[in-house]
Ligand binder design. Structure first.
Ligand code: 0WK
Ligand code: BGC
Length: 883
């Protein structure tokens, strides 16, 4: 039985033997040579087929498809991030099997200072053959490759085996933190640079690659966010359809004589353990054919493993190669002629070019997989390369790069030789894991106050009930509970044309509402410039009348005096349906000389100032009331109006007997709660965070509208921005670099939360938005920004839900009902556009008001229609009193 050489291949005796038959003629020999070298030529089509087949296997394995068994394993490595450059610490690293039968122990210091590297200290230990083949003793070894054959290890958790060994030694207290594939170490050892280094490629004894895949694409992982490094294990790739045509007789011989016939076929065409052997097999064949070395062979030439990778690399060296060929062949007991030297170099080139091309086809498959998972047309990526074949072979990496550009032209790839693939990279894996854990802890600490539990929400509900009762009794309360003089929802008998105004939301709208058996609406949106919203009251109302006149002209209504309903979405103490004293502005409005004034009078004065315009202002309603009425027209059970937009508020039908200051004990009246001001008395202090305080202090109405400032669209973006600034200052985000743009008020729009959370898997939106803001982000940053948005919007929705639960329970108790079925008319950009807001509100209401069946109706036409309906009801009732 042949013995196993240092390269793990079989060997024989040392004397020259030459073929007896005559040597082939020159033409025959070159034909023989061509035919032999031709076998190693791989066409572009063949490479593309290998690329496509490997890509297919990779995606199959990612999906966890078991049959047919995918040709590659795609093993998740649990490495969830690449280095930031801020990682630091001292680490002990063991490197096994990277360069064959050796173990390297390293001491690695990471300084966390960009570009400041401390050279690792290391020592290499040769692993005696009897150990490599003797008894061995979280990461389960699937199978040995590269000449290792220790028993009792395959199928075992190698970390546990190492921990057991350390315990057996009893001398050291070493905590094994991570076991890392060399490709991962190579990728992680790459200096963070302009391009993210998200692929690791090793061609050493064996070959393999890893890359950062979207976690949600890795079926075995039940994690759908962020990224995870996947070790492809492409060495085992063997698709006969794709590989068959490029396998040569020499490959079959090598495989047949290897320790693991039939396995690692792809690796055996590329890995450094095999390149020398392939060259030897070709040289031996050509020698036996009489084409080389005068038809002579030597025991060494016929000995397995006698030509090593280093030999091949040296023989191919453009300057010293020829001389090395001589020296190496003489060491093999051969005496090469000049033509032999050239032919030997051709053989080396053929074998290594093919290896580099095949490796490129595989790398191109990884890049395509990366492109697919990132849904990117083009890809800019750095690939960290490591291993002796990459480091020592003169042409391997250039052939690799050239072929990748051919096979993946839409990918802009830079190959970064890893300085010290294994050591530093492995330390980096541990350091990055420590950084992620530390950042996760800081993120959780920061977001913990936003995670409200059942008791906290129930407390808000109870607080709100108390404030409602006090407000209804006319006592001091942060909830003013304003009577609206709307006593009934439409009964469908309303008819006529009505003008409506809708001021206070994102847009100012003028509407013509035609009520027949149904409702037709024609409307126009006008802007209210900040200068007008924060200018004089006269300017604001003159601007409103200008818009009305413009609308009337456009609709051919000039000169007509239609009944007008005015949705005025600010806190007003109503003295009647058409009389509302503005208590205070909210939502960024601050027009002077309005607070304390009757808004309808201000409008009428503006109409008067603009001669030749006649308008009959019949009703002023809050947008919550308009929304309730608008939805009530379709669903008579709709007795609550809810707005979650720029601002937030709610109204509901209260029993008149409970409303102090309004005569009458029977019937109901709609109450505008003005819940935006809930907590202005400090009753929400227990929930208010430092970020809420920052937003409140920076607002134009500090101390006011505290509930609104935790919930509504005008403020959520600002809360997120303050949290991002805080996390940046802790070094958790953006590598701790304070970015000027993020200091800008209102730069992080609330609509970003809806966009980011609508695409919480792919994180495309968060990347696009932050890049637009000029924020250099990593995938960890993207994930954390998403979590911040989710925490802030979740709290907002839950608080809103607690408010609705308070209202529906109030109505249920008012009516002494065991069970209440009621509908809520809702409007507002945040509620409508945010992907989870409405469902979170509904879930919170179900949790806090289990005896109420609450249906949420999204208002289609806004509250302008509601204002017109209130006007229509008023006109109908007025009609009744006139007859
Ligand atoms: C649309 C309604 C309007 C209300 C607005 C609130 O017609 O009365 O003020 O919704 O939502 P926002 O526009 O503030 O998001
Ligand atoms: C106003 C309410 C309005 C709500 C929604 C709040 O700021 O005070 O009157 O209903 O915003 O627009």
């Amino acid at each position: 039985m042949d013995s196993i050489g240092s390269s793990g291949l079989r060997q024989g005796e040392e004397t020259l033997s030459c073929s007896e038959e005559g040597l082939p003629g020159p033409s025959d020999s070159s034909e023989l040579v061509q035919e032999c070298l031709q076998q190693f030529k791989v066409t572009r089509a063949q490479l593309q087929q290998i690329q496509a087949s490997l890509l297919g296997s990779m995606e199959q394995a990612l999906r966890g498809q078991a049959s047919p068994a995918p040709a590659v394993r795609m093993l998740p490595t649990y490495v969830g991030s690449t280095p930031h450059g801020t990682e630091q610490g001292d680490f002990v690293v063991l490197e096994l099997g990277a360069t064959g039968a050796s173990l390297r122990v390293l001491w690695v210091t990471l300084t966390g200072i960009e570009g400041h590297r401390v050279e690792p200290r290391s020592q290499e230990f040769v692993i005696p053959q009897e150990v490599m083949l003797g008894a061995g003793q979280q990461s389960t070894l699937i199978s040995w490759t590269k000449g290792f054959r220790c028993s009792g290890v395959e199928g075992q958790d190698v970390v546990q085996l190492l921990r057991d060994a350390i315990r057996r030694q009893g001398a050291y207290n070493i905590d094994v933190v991570a076991v890392v594939n060399d490709t991962v170490g190579t990728m992680m050892g790459c200096e963070p640079g302009v391009r993210p280094c998200e692929v690791g490629l090793v061609v050493d004894t064996g070959t393999n690659a890893c890359y950062m895949e979207e976690a949600r694409h890795v079926a075995v992982l039940d994690e759908d966010r962020g990224r995870v490094c996947v070790s492809v294990e492409w060495g085992s790739f063997s698709d006969d359809g794709a590989l068959g045509p490029v396998l040569t007789t020499f490959d079959h011989t090598l495989d047949h004589e290897s320790l693991n016939p039939g396995a690692q076929r792809f690796e055996k065409m590329i890995g450094g353990l095999y390149l020398g052997e392939l060259v030897r097999l070709v040289l031996a064949h050509l020698a036996r054919c009489g084409v080389l070395f005068g038809g002579c062979t030597s025991p060494a030439l016929l000995s397995q493993g006698s030509i090593l990778l280093e030999h091949v690399a040296e023989m191919e060296d453009p300057s010293t190669g020829a001389a090395r060929v001589h020296a190496i062949l003489q060491d093999l007991g051969l005496s090469p002629g000049a033509s032999d030297v050239e032919l030997v170099q051709h053989v080396c080139a053929a074998v290594c070019t093919r290896a580099a091309q095949l490796c490129a086809a595989a790398l191109a498959a990884v890049l395509s997989c990366l492109q697919h998972s990132r849904e990117q047309q083009t890809l800019q990526v750095a690939v960290a390369t490591g291993g002796r074949v990459c480091e020592r072979h003169p042409r391997f990496c250039s052939v690799l790069q050239g072929t990748v550009m051919l096979l993946a032209p839409e990918c802009d790839v830079s190959l970064i030789p890893s300085v010290d693939g294994g050591g530093r990279g492995v330390a980096m894996v541990t350091a990055v894991a420590a950084r992620l854990a530390a950042h996760r802890r800081l993120l959780e600490e920061t977001l913990a106050p936003f995670r409200l539990n059942h008791d906290q929400l129930a407390a808000v509900q109870a607080q709100m009930r108390k404030a409602m009762a006090k407000g209804l009794r006319g006592e001091a309360s942060s909830l003013r509970m304003l009577p609206t003089f709307v006593r009934a929802t439409p009964d469908g008998s309303e008819r006529g044309d009505f003008l409506a105004l809708d001021l206070g939301g994102t847009n100012f709208r003028v509407l013509l509402v035609r009520v027949t058996t149904g409702v037709q609406i024609t409307s126009e949106i006008y802007s209210i410039p900040e200068t007008v919203a924060q200018g004089s009251g006269q300017q604001l109302f003159d601007h409103i009348v200008d818009c009305i006149v413009d609308f009337q002209q456009k609709q051919g209504l000039s000169g007509q005096s239609l009944p007008l309903g005015f949705t005025f979405s600010f806190p007003c103490r109503q003295l009647g349906l058409d009389q509302g004293i503005l208590l205070n502005w909210t939502k960024g409005f601050k027009a002077s000389d309005c607070e304390g004034q009757d808004v309808v009078s201000l409008l009428r004065e503006a109409i008067t100032r603009r001669q030749a315009v006649e308008l009959n202002v019949v009703a002023i309603v809050n947008d919550t009331v308009g929304t309730m009425m608008s939805c009530g027209y379709e669903d008579p059970r709709c007795e609550i109006g809810l707005i979650v937009g720029t601002g937030t508020n709610a109204c509901y039908m209260e029993e008149l007997r409970n409303v102090a200051g309004v005569p009458g004990d029977s019937g109901r009246m709609c109450i505008n709660m003005e819940w935006g001001a809930f907590g202005d008395d400090g009753s929400l202090a227990m929930l208010s965070t430092r970020f809420d305080a920052s937003v409140d202090q920076a607002s134009i109405n500090p101390g006011k509208q505290r509930f609104e400032k935790m919930i509504s669209g005008m403020y959520l973006g600002e809360i997120v921005r303050h949290i991002l600034l805080h996390l940046t200052s802790l070094g958790v985000l953006f590598r701790g670099q304070q970015i000027q743009r993020l200091q800008t008020r209102d730069i992080f729009k609330t609509k970003f939360l809806s966009e980011i959370e609508s695409d919480s898997l792919a994180l495309r939106q968060v990347r696009a938005i932050l890049e637009d803001l000029g924020l250099p982000l990593t995938s960890d940053d993207a994930l954390m920004v998403l979590e911040v948005c989710q925490a802030v919007s979740q709290r907002a929705a839950q608080l809103c839900g607690a408010g609705v639960a308070a209202v529906v329970e109030k109505i249920r108790e008012n009516r002494g009902l065991e069970e209440l079925a009621v509908s809520v008319g809702v409007d507002g950009t945040l509620y409508k556009l945010h992907p989870r807001f409405s469902s979170l509100v509904a879930a919170t209401v179900r949790e806090l008001a289990p005896r109420c069946v609450v249906t949420f109706l999204q208002s289609e036409d806004g509250s302008g229609k509601g204002a017109a309906l209130v006007t229509a009801v008023a006109c109908r009732l007025a009609q009744l009193t006139r007859v």
